[in-house]
Design a protein around this ligand. Structure first.
Ligand SMILES: [Zn+2]
Length: 327
């Protein structure tokens, strides 16, 4: 298990030996004057293609420690380089929109396709409140998407168990439910991105990672709500903030599962979790097309059994849901 340090990066470089930094412009500017020490190299990461990362690993000077400072891309690149070069790894997530920093999986792209090539547990994860709080609030609250998704994911898991006999673990489900309830209980702190809100998101990302490992699958947090995210990225060929598109998916799945999408909307608003597709640049036509294709995408992929296997999504439904989700 990695050691989490809640506080700041101040003076961190002084005790890191010879170190390299993998980062991006905006996050680096937030911490560079406070780090201490002198980095042997600073790389502005531009992507996660394997050829590019191999070149970076090859060109890196000899160092004791690699720092990954920034969002998902900087963090994933640093994991890969530290693994290739066998040096220690310190991660400084400067936004908590995705949970790449708690997962040991190293994700690399081969001609655009994500592959998990190895696992590496970072030696330390430094939570610098100041850097995180200077990121746009909406990006941090998006980190709640993959935790609130437990609501609809557990419904699908249980449904799959009843309909197909897929293995289901009631204890893991109960613990996931607890994590989800803790999230909702801290809605105000999360919306305001307070230190407590940040800490809760990080603890729950860790907890979720633990439960997925225990279950041996992503069922505790991933169900039909993720299908919206996969389908819209596939259809539009654009990238969206993961937690926000998943949040739209939660709204849709809630409608088909229990008809309680209004409650879901209320909770997501209370956390400041953006879920209205218009707010992140999706048009009415794109939304409707995505809804109409979710079922076939799920069957073709194929994604695990979910509520989508049991419902028909009509154009009329999709139009009504667009009106509701835009209100
Ligand atoms: Zn997710």
């Amino acid at each position: 298990m990695s050691e989490f340090v809640f506080g700041s990066v101040d003076g961190l470089g002084d005790s890191a030996g010879k170190y390299a930094v993998l980062t991006m412009e905006v996050p680096w500017n937030l911490v560079k004057d406070r780090m201490g020490g002198t980095p042997a190299s600073i790389t502005m990461v531009t992507g996660l293609e394997s050829e590019y990362l191999d070149r970076l690993a090859h060109d890196l000077p000899s160092v004791d420690t690699v720092f990954g400072i920034g969002g998902g891309v900087a963090v994933d690149a640093a994991k890969y380089i530290a693994w290739k070069r066998r040096c220690s790894l310190i991660l400084v997530p400067t936004v908590v929109s995705v949970d790449a920093y708690v997962s040991p999986e190293i994700a690399v792209r081969y001609s655009g396709v994500v592959k998990y090539v190895a696992k590496l547990t970072p030696d330390k994860i430094i939570i610098d409140y100041k850097a995180i709080q200077s990121a746009p609030k909406n990006l941090n609250t998006a980190g709640a998407g993959d935790i609130y998704s437990i609501t609809t994911a557990l419904f699908d898991w249980r449904l799959a168990h009843e309909k197909t006999g897929e293995s289901y673990d009631a204890n893991i489900a109960a613990e996931a439910q607890k994590a989800r309830d803790k999230l909702v209980a801290n809605a105000g702190e999360i919306r305001n991105v307070t230190e407590k809100g940040i800490r809760v998101l990080i603890e729950l990302h860790k907890e979720e990672n633990r439960l997925q490992t225990l279950a041996g699958k992503s069922r505790p947090e991933e169900g039909s709500e993720h299908t919206f995210f996969y389908t819209i990225e596939h259809l539009t060929r654009r990238n969206f903030v993961h937690g926000q598109a998943v949040a739209t998916g939660i709204f849709i799945s809630s409608h088909y599962q229990r008809g309680d999408e209004d409650t879901a909307a209320q909770v997501m608003d209370s956390m400041g979790l953006v879920f209205r597709p218009r707010e992140y640049g999706v048009s009415r036509e794109e939304f409707i097309e995505t809804l109409l294709r979710m079922k076939s995408y799920s069957e073709k992929a194929p994604l695990p059994f979910s509520i989508l296997n049991l419902v028909e999504v009509t154009r009329e439904d999709a139009q009504t849901l667009w009106q509701k989700v835009s209100a």
